[in-house]
Design a protein around this ligand. Structure first.
Ligand code: KG4
Ligand code: ZN
Length: 346
């Protein structure tokens, strides 16, 4: 069985073809056309511009994905329907419906947050439940209880900015490129305590609260205030930027790990699953692993391959595989929902 999946929820145009044979999966192609260069000058994603780029990119990305997979006979299609930027979602959906009609194939609607979770299961099957999933990206920061495939409950989420959004915005303050997450990680890795210290102290919002919610806008504001309080020379100094990046990254990681561990213990999770663009962060991956090994060593820990953390069509395809029973040719059912909750379309 072969699935062709389309992902356009934000600023990446992704199309993948996934082959499934029994319990074996094989990625025949996974093409992602990034719009990073275009959005760099705005320091964030501009939805109307992103939509236009998706429209332009989709036919080319489809051609590249089909070529790389050697023009296979596809069995059904899949498309991300939400959550995400509405104009971007509709572009992918309209393209997918047109293609489905042309190929006379059914389509599976896919939830993007679930796809970030199931990006862990492109090459293996999820087993031990309940699982606690931490989905951290540019658009989402959620802790989700997963009782099984397709069975989700949101335990908590950010009340303001997503963690990735906080990285992107603070990077902009510091004069770093977009997307900010990888830039902050790069600078943080160069931080050396032996060098001049600026004694930057940042808050860890909501870390000790008993709920599973997050808040990152206070962290962003603290970075802005510290930056504004410094003289022009310090603001441009490499050491200051490196220390600041290290501390931004660590503040976010501390909150993410503490809340995840609390949820895992409270719900007696057998598995912890990481997902989303921020899951590509090496320190988060490493520190979460260390914390689990110390505090709840029998818990299984999944993190996606780094290449599958940020948006791509393959995670959409694997999610469609697990939801294959929902194939439809009733095109009215395939609608964009910018605020779609996980499990919401089931
Ligand atoms: O999942 P994704 O591609 O798009 C959304 O669904 O939002 O996530 C993009 C986000 C951006 O905010 C980006 O800064 C962040 O993921 N990101 C990272 C890293 N790579 C991407 N954040 C921290 N460390 C990274 N290595
Ligand atoms: Zn995403």
């Amino acid at each position: 069985m072969k699935i062709l999946a389309i992902e356009t929820s934000c600023d990446d145009t992704g199309i993948a073809i996934l082959k499934i044979q029994g319990s074996k999966t094989e990625s025949l192609s996974n093409i992602v056309s990034s719009q990073v260069k275009l959005h760099k000058k705005y320091g964030g994603v501009y939805p109307s511009l992103a939509k236009r780029e998706h429209q332009k990119n989709l036919p080319q990305v489809l051609k590249a994905a089909m070529n790389q997979a050697k023009n296979p006979k596809v069995d059904f299609l899949a498309v991300t329907v939400g959550p995400g930027l509405e104009p971007c979602l509709w572009t992918g959906i309209n393209f997918a419906i047109a293609l489905a009609k042309e190929m006379n194939l059914p389509l599976v609607p896919v939830n993007h947050v679930e796809a970030h979770i199931l990006a862990n299961f492109i090459n293996n099957n999820p087993k031990s439940f309940p699982a606690v999933c931490l989905v951290v990206s540019g658009g989402h920061t959620q802790l989700i209880l997963m009782k099984g495939l397709g069975k989700y409950k949101i335990l908590g989420e950010t009340r303001d900015d997503a963690a990735g959004e906080c990285f992107d915005k603070t990077a902009r303050v510091l004069g770093l490129d977009y997307p900010g997450g990888p830039e902050i990680a790069k600078e943080a890795a160069k931080y050396d305590r032996q060098n001049k210290e600026y004694h930057i102290e940042l808050p860890r919002p909501m870390i000790y609260q008993k709920n599973y919610d997050f808040s990152f806008s206070g962290l962003k504001t603290a970075v802005l205030y510290d930056f504004k309080s410094r003289g022009a020379k310090t603001r441009k100094s490499k050491e200051y930027i490196r220390e600041m990046c290290f501390k931004i990254q660590q503040a976010a990681i501390d909150v993410l790990i503490r809340k995840t561990m609390k949820a895992a213990k409270d719900f007696k999770a057998k598995t912890i699953i990481l997902g989303g663009g921020v899951a590509a962060n090496k320190e988060l991956r490493k520190q979460m692993k260390e914390k689990i090994e110390i505090e709840i060593p029998h818990t299984i820990y999944y993190m996606p391959d780094q290449k599958y953390c940020t948006d791509n069509g393959l995670m959409t395809a694997i999610t469609a595989h697990y939801h294959r029973k929902e194939k439809t040719k009733n095109w009215k059912k395939i609608r964009a929902n910018a605020n779609l909750k996980i499990g919401g379309y089931l």
